[in-house]
Design a protein around this ligand. Sequence first.
Ligand SMILES: Cc1cc2nc3c(=O)[nH]c(=O)nc-3n(C[C@H](O)[C@H](O)[C@H](O)COP(=O)(O)OP(=O)(O)OC[C@H]3O[C@@H](n4cnc5c(N)ncnc54)[C@H](O)[C@@H]3O)c2cc1C
Length: 390
Amino acid sequence: MDFSLTDEERAVRDTVRSFIQREVMPLEAEVLRRERAHQPGLDHSEVRELQLKARKFGFWGLATPEEYGGMNLPAVLQSLIWTELGRTFVPFRFGGEADNILFHATEEQKREFLVPTIEGERRSCFAITEPGAGSDAANIRLSARRDGDDWILDGEKTFITGGHDADFAIVVAVTDREKGARNGGATAFLVDRSMGWRSEFIQTMGEGGPASLIFDGVRVPHRNILGEIGQGFTLGMEWIGKGRYTIPSHAIGIAERVLQMAIDHANTRETFGAKIGTNQAIQWMIADSETELEAARWLVLRSAWTVDQGLDPRHASSMGKLYGAGMVNRVVDRVLQIHGGMGYTRELPIERWYRQVRLYRIFEGTDEMQRLIISRDLLRGYTKIGGHLA
Ligand SMILES: Cc1cc2nc3c(=O)[nH]c(=O)nc-3n(C[C@H](O)[C@H](O)[C@H](O)COP(=O)(O)OP(=O)(O)OC[C@H]3O[C@@H](n4cnc5c(N)ncnc54)[C@H](O)[C@@H]3O)c2cc1C
């Protein structure tokens, strides 16, 4: 068994790390200042400028096939890169990406939606959640009714990331109520904002926020169906599947960064005439954090490796998402504690991370849903204890 990175993995990881350190981290103070003034940390054109700079370095379209100008990287490499991105709170990600399910588009749809999204000329959002259907996504109600060559969409989506800025939405709608969403009764549509849906921004405890999308008799041409009629739920699960290893990969980067801050603080802050790091109470918080961080790292890398092997990644990635999301919440909480009163202030970004990572236990499958998947696999005998080594 070999736990080391290959030379290529190490080289890519190190190049991304130096890009983030040189080009992105210097923006942190300004991002914090703007966010405290209730402005976006970076505006769209600034993110784009950084993305184009990264493109010159060769970082463009991590998951995008080469025929669309991307890098088509293996999942393990993508996971390592997401970890590097997690080391800064600046809201930056590499460009040249599109929602994974947009690659199911027809040639015409690719020209209209996929390619402009990859190029950063159009912005997408993915919408399955509704006010009455989150974890229970099969319970969606937003309906699409056939009318000649068109479909008429009625209903509401909620908590849609990027929904307030998107030019178009990938919307999973009910096309056959009798069948039910899970059994071929849901279909995905590509719906331009100009077709008439509207969005309402939702304030959250984090920076930025998702939106509700309202569809009131929105007419969508038949040619805007993504994939097949009845394939909507499957596509939705495919979209969500990607986040199951990228989210905890990001969490690992956050935990690495904040834990180092805690170590530095423990080695400098003095109370009762000694560094606080000489206290066992502080040492144990550091030790528990490092142990959990390492455990999360290997769970998550294994789930990405499972993707690269062409194996069913769901069981492994549910464990990675569950543990990685919990780990980063516990680590940030301990790091805040080690910083005492300063940890609670807005002079340091720790409270910002504290608010940000709470989301990781909720979106793209809550902790409880991951536990449901993991236990169901075992109870049904689909997965053996010990996973692929069993
Ligand atoms: C900031 C943000 C961004 C998001 N982005 C998107 C997006 O881009 N696109 C999109 O479609 N959705 C998005 N979501 C929606 C997100 O995926 C849902 O919020 C999430 O799946 C939970 O659904 P819910 O909020 O309806 O909670 P509910 O499903 O109502 O669950 C409430 C609580 O009950 C628990 N629970 C539910 N059922 C069970 C059960 N059977 N057993 C045990 N516990 C259970 C849940 O785990 C949770 O703790 C986003 C959400 C947020 C907050």
